[in-house]
Ligand binder design. Structure first.
Ligand SMILES: Nc1nc2c(ncn2[C@@H]2O[C@H](COP(=O)(O)OP(=O)(O)O)[C@@H](O)[C@H]2O)c(=O)[nH]1
Ligand SMILES: [Mg+2]
Length: 490
């Protein structure tokens, strides 16, 4: 059986542990919920006072049910009470049932009664602990109570801090109380770890193996689809950016007065980069949506293109592009280089020259003495005669052949950070920067992509190359996914 046929067929797991151990955070990461209105995560203990059902659904059908619980608040007292109720015999599920029955209307053991109710109903359990905390008597009491329920149980180590001091003690003890011990960090777990934790459920609920296995297949399919959609986003952004042109209609007077010409040029360059930023931002928003992130934001003040200083060392290093990588990327796109003015040469006037020469000097100075591709950063464009009075000034894309690779790297680095971003976190900042990703592409991929980018920059995307470009983007994203996790700040 691979589909749950009725509600009682849905494998159910209660998430238990002491208050504030990260139970809700583990669930939020596992189920990709970054919304505090759906799963409340709080630094103040004891805010959850009721159980909450959190279904894992596919195609509108609940496949695995998790129950978030308030957590233990008085485990030692509860343990004694259950022991007292068991009398001379060893405590078991009956004593736990009696305990809940007798205390459910009193406030004394409210949290314990809430937490134990789903276990009495037959749920398996995930016991969340923080191995950076010392193993105290209250935890032993919790483990005893859970063992008495007789339910299949897994301990999940969610280390909030440095676990090295106490982890051994925890592991020694957990082994004798739980069927399974797993590590899952609510702030760092990525797709693989989420998948592994779901797979572990098989070991504590063999009865529902079919449903759990088919759910994992759904998750794998969905993950592949997300990667494919992301590749489409990347290709789309690159094409849009390379096709982008900024226009102004100028009259003769504007063109003849140098300071006016300069002003128009500056305005156009600013407007151009603002539009590049908008395109990239829309792409990043799509990626965030694909991976179900609603909370995080990218600092566009810093990472947008509006104030991009293509000649500054910082611009390159922030995105992890070393000089040699730039040389490689540039080499691949080399065909795009050397075309300074490719529009309307017939009507070209003095304006275009000024435009093209504008920022090249600084870049050349920065890279002086290095065997590097031409890093001129002027924007291609020209002036065309319009019918009637005006002249059309057109610019874009930057002549710098590395430009599309920088755009691509921003997308890849952002994609990597999205992969590393756990939904259980509630801090809004998606960090950007760090090691670049373009370098992971091999020479063949760069050559293909470079050729296609070149066709885009000339205003005529090579449609025949698109399937190859899409495939290499999918492969690159997969590569990025599998890369080492770059630890994010807390
Ligand atoms: N640094 C860090 N903090 C965590 C982690 N898991 C949970 N927390 C924090 O611990 C606090 C309690 O988490 P919560 O999930 O609400 O605990 P619960 O009471 O067991 O549901 C919150 O401030 C979380 O942000 C973790 O893996 N790392
Ligand atoms: Mg909670």
């Amino acid at each position: 059986m691979s589909d749950p046929k009725s509600e009682t067929d849905v494998p159910t797991f209660a998430v238990v542990g002491k208050v504030n151990m990260g139970k809700s955070s583990v669930l939020a990461t596992l189920l990709e919920v970054d919304d505090d209105r759906v799963i409340r995560i709080s630094p103040t203990p004891g805010e959850t006072t009721r159980c909450q059902i959190l279904p894992l659904e596919f195609d509108g059908q609940e496949r695995i049910r998790f129950i978030d619980t308030p957590g233990f608040s008085r485990p030692i007292e509860a343990m004694r009470e259950i022991q007292r109720m068991a009398g001379h015999s060893p405590p078991g599920l009956d004593a736990v049932k009696t305990f809940v029955e007798e205390n459910k209307n009193s406030s004394e053991f409210d949290d314990e009664c809430q937490l134990l109710a789903p276990l009495i109903d037959g749920a398996g359990l995930l016991y969340i602990i923080d191995p950076s905390k010392p193993l105290r008597d209250e935890f032993i009491a919790e483990m005893e109570i859970l063992r008495w329920t007789g339910r299949r149980r897994m301990a999940v180590l969610n280390a909030k801090g440095d676990a090295s001091d106490h982890e051994r003690a925890w592991k020694d003890r957990l082994g004798s109380y739980f069927n399974l011990v797993r590590t899952f960090n609510a702030h760092h777990a990525r797709f693989d770890e989420r998948r592994r934790l779901l797979k572990s459920l098989l070991e504590i609920d063999e009865e529902h193996a079919g449903v759990i296995e088919s759910t994992i297949r759904f998750i794998d399919d969905e993950w592949r689809q997300r990667r494919e959609e992301s590749a489409e986003v990347v290709v789309d952004v690159l094409e849009k950016v390379m096709l982008l042109r900024e226009f102004r209609i100028l009259d003769e007077h504007d063109l003849e007065v140098e300071h006016r010409r300069e002003r128009v040029k500056d305005e156009m360059v600013t407007a151009y980069y603002q539009r590049v930023t908008t395109i990239v931002k829309q792409g990043v928003d799509c990626l965030l949506k694909i991976y179900r992130h609603h909370l995080v934001q990218v600092d566009w003040e810093e990472f947008g293109f509006e104030n991009i200083d293509l000649e500054a060392a910082e611009t390159w290093s922030k995105w992890g592009l070393s000089r040699s990588q730039l040389a490689l990327a540039g080499g691949a796109a080399g065909a795009a280089a050397g075309v300074a003015v490719d529009v309307g040469t017939g009507g070209l006037t003095h304006g275009a020259g000024t435009l093209v020469g504008s920022i090249a000097g600084a870049a050349a100075a920065f890279f002086k003495g290095n065997e590097l591709p031409d890093l001129k950063v002027d924007i291609r464009g020209g002036v065309k005669l319009q019918s009637g009075e005006g002249r059309k000034w057109e610019l874009g894309p930057p002549k710098n052949e590395n430009f599309p690779w920088i755009v691509l790297d921003r997308l890849l680095v952002t994609f990597r950070e999205i992969q590393n971003r756990a939904h259980g976190r509630r801090d809004p900042q998606l960090l950007s920067g760090g090691e670049g990703m373009v370098k992971r592409m091999d020479a063949e991929q760069r050559r293909t992509l470079g050729k296609w980018l070149n066709s885009c920059s000339q205003g005529e995307p090579d449609r025949g190359m698109e399937p190859d470009v899409y495939r290499l983007c999918v492969a690159t994203l997969e590569e990025v996914e599998q890369g080492e996790e770059v630890k994010q700040g807390e």
